[in-house]
Design a binder for this molecule. Structure first.
Ligand SMILES: [Zn+2]
Length: 191
């Protein structure tokens, strides 16, 4: 004899209170819950044998914790970046395009480099890039959502690549010589 729960495919979807809850059945002994980005849906990994009603009760009992997590998530720059309107995106570009050239002018002579053209793009996977050949530097417009030290760090990082292409020891020493506190920005930008 088997119960209905045993034959369901993985990743069943249920609703508890206002939450969308995805249940993943795994070879494990206890339930594990997380609030998943970017939309804050709830994921619960559960043992194969557990009853759906038990999962629902578990989620319901944790509803305050889930709501807190969801509201933190909504305010995070990562989620704001994913859910932004076209108008907001244009605004970030304006902000970044207004500040980055000033920073480039400040740091280029310090590093003794001559950067090429500056470009701005809304990117998902990188904060900046630098073409060693042309010196063209591209900066992620999402940096508008972070403290200004982050944009400065990315500008300095890319300018340092004009002297040191790889992420070598010398490269990081060079970054640190410009921005002794660069690790703060680095950590804010790390996912
Ligand atoms: Zn780099």
């Amino acid at each position: 004899m088997f119960r209905e729960a045993d034959i369901r495919p993985q990743g069943e979807l249920v609703f508890v209170d206002e939450f969308e809850v995805r249940i993943n059945r795994k070879n494990m002994k206890t339930m594990r819950m997380r609030v998943a980005p970017p939309d804050g849906h709830v994921e619960v990994n559960v043992p194969y044998w557990i009853d759906v009603d038990d999962v629902k009760r578990f989620v319901h009992d944790n509803r305050d914790r889930i709501r807190r997590k969801q509201s933190q998530m909504k305010d995070s720059p990562q989620v704001r970046a994913e859910t932004a309107s076209e108008e907001e995106k244009r605004f970030w570009k304006q902000l970044v395009a207004a500040s980055a050239p000033v920073l480039v002018e400040r740091w280029s002579p310090v590093l003794g480099v001559v950067p090429g053209k500056l470009a701005y793009r809304n990117m998902r996977s990188r904060w900046g890039s630098c073409q060693p050949g042309t010196g063209r530097i591209c900066i992620n417009t999402r940096l508008a959502l972070y403290p200004s030290e982050c944009l400065e760090y990315v500008v300095v990082h890319e300018l340092c690549h004009l002297r040191e292409p790889g992420h070598t020891r010398q490269f990081w020493n060079l970054v640190e010589s410009c921005l002794p506190d660069y690790r703060r920005a680095y950590n804010l930008l790390k996912r």
